[in-house]
Design a protein around this ligand. Structure first.
Ligand SMILES: Cc1ncc(COP(=O)(O)O)c(C=O)c1O
Length: 425
């Protein structure tokens, strides 16, 4: 039934039936959660061999003892391994502690307060600093900006990545804009993969923008495919090298969703000049990262072939959960006029756009019968979705049956909210 083609009587009958199903669900006292983009227990268990893998051998390839202080830029073999993920050279790669978000925060804080090229280049010298935020996007990027007092300007995220016409026009016209957040492969939450043309234009952005502009390239899902034929991502480093813009690109990644989300390895790639400046800034905070964990990761993940084989074991666990969500949305809502959703080929999320004005009501309806959804607005700067329509679904963590039960409740709530809205017009 398409919501705009049904008669009022049909809509009222459908709504009565849906309310009956909803009341029956309320009696079940469900306690389900689709909010968390976390790997499941079975996924983290895929990397349990990390524990004990060193077996008393703490020597790194250069003969140094990984247990001791030092090596602020990370173990050489870890830099080489993760450089492959980012498409950088090992010298353009710094491997840190467990979180890439920490590295992103540190780069932003450094550029804002101290300046990538010395005090004169600090963004904070300006009365106002702004950042472009493709929407919908990752809430923690937005909270870093909000916390640091950086004004966020939303830009459209298309299937091909940020709307580059809009982005280029904005940065050319406003010198307060000092960067853009990007999740280029299997973006959070839409799952889109930036097109080759978009990657090239983003690599060229520092030439169009004001001084000290940076592209924050958070490639959190660089190797997180759900199927073998998932689209590849063009190399921003290759384009940046060609254009001479490496100083304007910071790439990030981590093994949070490869090995252990709470005990993985985070890394950052940029020009050697940027990394030298960043390293000097880090030296005030630490003598060195956890190199023992880096060594474990190198021995466990070995090379890109082993890494990819490991990722296909993740995909085998994730794919049925995504299929449950996508299959149910398709069966229950396709052609209904009650919403649109993305069909990601990797990453951790499905992005659902309800009819305008309904996201918060759908989230509340689901919450009232025990199904937690990511709060409406979370995918927009300041938590404000101007159309109140985007909802991020995260099927990775719950058990398969719970994913199915949750998405069944979700579609019921979408239908109730949509039909109620239609009838009230
Ligand atoms: C786009 C994106 N970046 C970064 C992170 C967090 O990365 P890390 O665990 O390395 O700090 C997440 C986690 O959900 C994410 O979705």
């Amino acid at each position: 039934m398409h919501i705009d083609k049904a008669t009022e009587a049909e809509l009222r009958a459908a709504l009565a039936d849906l309310h009956e199903q909803y009341d029956a669900l309320a009696a079940k006292n469900l306690n389900l959660d689709l909010t968390r983009g976390k790997p499941s227990a079975a996924q983290v268990a895929l990397s349990d061999a990390l524990d004990g893998i060193l077996d008393g051998n703490y020597r790194a390839a250069d003969g140094s003892d990984a247990r001791n202080y030092g090596g602020l830029e990370g173990l050489p073999e870890a830099r080489a391994l993760f450089a492959e993920v980012l498409g950088t050279a090992p010298e353009e790669t710094l491997v840190g502690g467990n979180s890439s978000l920490t590295l992103m925060y540190q780069v932003m804080d450094f550029a804002l307060r101290e300046g990538l090229r010395g005090a004169d280049s600090a963004w904070g010298n300006r009365a106002q600093v702004k950042f472009l935020c493709p929407v919908p996007g990752y809430d923690r990027h937005f909270s870093v900006c909000e916390y640091l007092g950086i004004e966020m300007i939303p830009v459209r995220l298309l299937d091909s990545g940020p709307d580059m016409d809009q982005v280029e026009a904005l940065v050319a016209a406003d010198a307060d804009i000092k960067g853009i957040w990007c999740v280029p492969r299997f973006s959070n939450p839409t799952g889109c993969v930036y097109s080759a043309e978009t990657v090239k234009r983003l690599a060229g952005l520092p030439q169009v923008a004001s001084a000290s502009f940076i592209v924050m390239w958070d490639n959190a899902y660089a190797v997180h495919t759900l199927q073998d034929d998932a689209p590849a991502l063009a190399s921003i480093a290759a384009h940046a090298r060609e254009l001479g813009t490496m100083d304007g690109i910071f790439q990030f990644g981590s093994t949070s969703k490869i090995t252990f989300a709470g005990a993985g390895v985070g890394f950052v790639g940029s020009s050697e000049r940027n990394l030298a400046a960043f390293r000097a800034h880090l030296a005030f905070q630490t003598i060195g990262p956890d190199k023992v964990n880096q060594l474990r990761h190198v021995r466990f993940l070995k090379d890109s072939e082993t890494l990819n084989a490991h990722m296909s074991r993740h995909a085998a666990l994730l794919k049925p959960r995504f299929d449950a969500v996508l299959g149910t949305l398709e069966r229950e809502l396709a052609g209904s006029g009650m919403g649109n959703w993305t069909t990601p080929q990797g990453g951790y999320f499905v992005s659902f756009d309800a009819l305008p004005g309904l996201a918060s009501e759908i989230v509340a309806l689901a919450g009232n019968v025990g199904v937690k959804l990511t709060p409406a607005g979370a995918t927009f700067p300041y938590g404000k979705d101007p159309d109140n329509r985007n909802i991020r679904l995260s099927p990775s963590f719950p058990a398969q049956d719970d994913v199915q039960a949750s998405v069944d409740v979700f579609v019921l709530c979408v239908k109730i909210a949509s039909i109620k809205q239609r009838l009230s017009r």
